[in-house]
Design a protein. Structure first.
Ligand code: GLY
Length: 315
């Protein structure tokens, strides 16, 4: 029997005890990642995920999420979901109740209503204030939408105190678990790129971009600017590189190095957490001094560990 382990992006630490409790009770990796991620989606202090997430350019909060199982590669995802907080759980329901993988927009909302998910106004006064202030307050700002978004991306990449919160404008939460049976599961949830164009979906609901897990090789999940992971299929790349014989650290570095080849004026931070097939954890970031969180069954509290820094020009 394996010892259960859960890794998460740093903002997932508040959900790790709940996730590991599921594994201690003999529960599945999928139940564990959902138990953990629900708490992050409900956290009013996290403006990158679920309730209180930062909204799109129109002021609407739109959530993206996905889940995947390492045994059999079942997957589900929702995109541009409005009015419901539990996006990862809804992604799981897509996997379990529909013959589809990704449901977006009105369809995702309809499914949530049909399944009696609890509706909620996701925009909090604090998130509205951050959104409004950053979008409108500079007198000399570039008036075009593209120009303004570019300024916001640059500011968030270069100013560590940008809006006073971590990993915006494209923060996200990742969970990957391995249970006692040796099965892996992964969950990702996000309110996406703050100030995004309505309907924009990042890497989080795209299986292989923001999230991929395969019992045979391990799993990986991303936070950071989703368009980069979409174009390089970053999570799938990490798993594939391990399949081809690389160690976890080598696979993380190679996946990051691939991002250097992107022709992308909005290139910015990318972060990956991962487990190899033996349940060994690892994480990397294109930014310095970043951390991730993990918990095993024999830990009392989550542990924060440094991510390997991989320099990617332009990020
Ligand atoms: N990684 C989250 C996003 O780009 O939406």
């Amino acid at each position: 029997m394996n010892q259960g382990i859960v890794v998460a992006s740093a903002n997932g630490a508040i959900g790790l005890p709940a996730a590991i409790d599921v594994l201690r009770g003999g529960g599945s990796a999928m139940d564990a990642v959902i138990a953990g991620i629900r708490l992050v989606e409900a956290n009013p202090d996290d403006h990158t995920v679920g309730y209180s997430g930062l909204p799109n350019m129109l002021g609407d909060v739109e959530l993206d999420a996905s889940v995947m199982e390492g045994r059999g590669l079942r997957a589900g995802a929702v995109g541009a979901l409005k009015g419901y907080q539990d996006a990862a759980d809804l992604a799981r329901k897509v996997m379990e109740t529909l013959p589809h993988v990704l449901i977006a927009g009105d369809g995702a909302r309809q499914l949530a209503a049909e399944l009696d998910f609890e509706p909620r106004d996701l925009l909090t006064p604090e998130a509205r204030e951050i959104w409004s202030q950053r979008l409108h307050d500079d007198a000399d700002r570039d008036a075009s939408y593209l120009g303004r978004v570019r300024e916001l991306v640059t500011a968030s990449a270069t100013d560590p105190d940008f809006a006073g919160i971590d990993e915006i404008p494209h923060g996200t939460v990742n969970f990957i678990a391995r249970d006692r049976q040796g099965d892996f599961a992964c969950a990702v949830s996000t309110s996406g790129w703050a100030w995004k164009y309505p309907g924009r979906m990042g890497d989080s609901p795209i299986i292989g971009a923001g999230n991929y897990v395969d019992n045979r090789w391990g799993g990986a999940a991303c936070t950071g600017r989703g368009e980069m992971a979409q174009r390089c299929l970053t999570a799938h790349s990490v798993v594939t590189f391990m399949r081809c014989g690389m160690t976890l650290d080598e696979a993380l570095e190679q996946a990051m190095n691939d991002l250097a080849h992107l022709d992308d004026p909005y290139k910015s931070e990318m972060n990956i957490v991962a487990l190899d097939r033996d349940g060994n954890p690892g994480a990397a970031s294109t930014a310095k001094d970043k951390t991730y969180a993990l918990m095993t069954e024999d830990m009392e509290i989550p542990e924060e560990r440094p991510r390997t820094h991989v320099h990617v020009p332009g990020t």
